[in-house]
Design a protein around this ligand. Sequence first.
Ligand code: NAP
Length: 291
Amino acid sequence: MTLIDGNKIAADIIAELTAEVAQIQGRKPCLALVRVGDDPASVSYVTKKEKTSEQIGITGKVILPPVTISQNELFALIDQLNADPAVDGILVQSPMPKQIDEVAVFRRIAPQKDVDGLGTMNLGKVAQDDETGFVSCTPAGIMELLARSGVDLKGKHVVVVGRSLLVGKPVALLALQKKAGANGTVTVCHSQTANLPEITRQADVLIAAIGRAEFVKADMVKQGAVVIDVGINRVADASKRSGYRLVGDVQFSGVAPKCSQITPVPGGVGPMTVAMLMKNTVKAYRLAQSH
Ligand code: NAP
């Protein structure tokens, strides 16, 4: 079994981007990060994104509207950022508070600044195998992890568990694309899927994006499969100073011995999400400069 080291692969991408941004004369790429409220996971994700952009030389701003912000006020903020020529990329961190319609927020971001790739235009481009858009960061990170680990999906049965807008659906579309590295035969499962273990056991490549701690057990995985664990779940652990530890959607100790390759949690998909956001921001900058 080989561990897919997301930290190392993400660090390689960050080093490539740092070298690229260092070459840019004049105004550097700029990323606006918007975090509404104090959800602890969101705080930690936005902090990580901010630090990584600083490391690369991407300039940025973190905007922290009050948790009570209305939909229209948030739209007005996004409109301002859309119109600001100094801002190349905009990310509004989810989860957002209850009064906010997240999908409407994703749609409000100008497609050319939608570096999280969750707006209608950019998701549509994924469906059209059109590479001019932005692929949402976690699915893009999964594809990059597979490519850099030598996993070609051509002819493989790829089973995705989860159909969210954020992960499951776009990664299924990417695995299905008619292009090098993809060309998978894709099955997408969700909470209403019958006989789930029977399906996951057929997977050459199993992508778990469920949001349930250690849901995928050894008897759900085929010998020799590649397993990508997208889940980030906090489980109580009194022995930790924080009072919790992070586990994936895969029961790692049981599943890992059966796999040819597997991602750990933490240190698998998570760092790749941040790296791909940075890559998309540099791409948005390049597109803006070319107009
Ligand atoms: P989500 O929106 O809650 O979607 C979860 C999906 O799993 C849904 O499609 C749901 O089915 C399905 N599901 C739930 N219970 C199931 C069951 N018993 N059997 C089969 N399918 C089931 O979550 P998400 O945003 O996709 O995130 C998934 C996980 O990835 C979470 O742990 C999240 O924290 C993590 N995540 C990690 C990163 C990263 O950077 N590593 C980024 C994003 C998310 P229904 O559609 O039928 O409800």
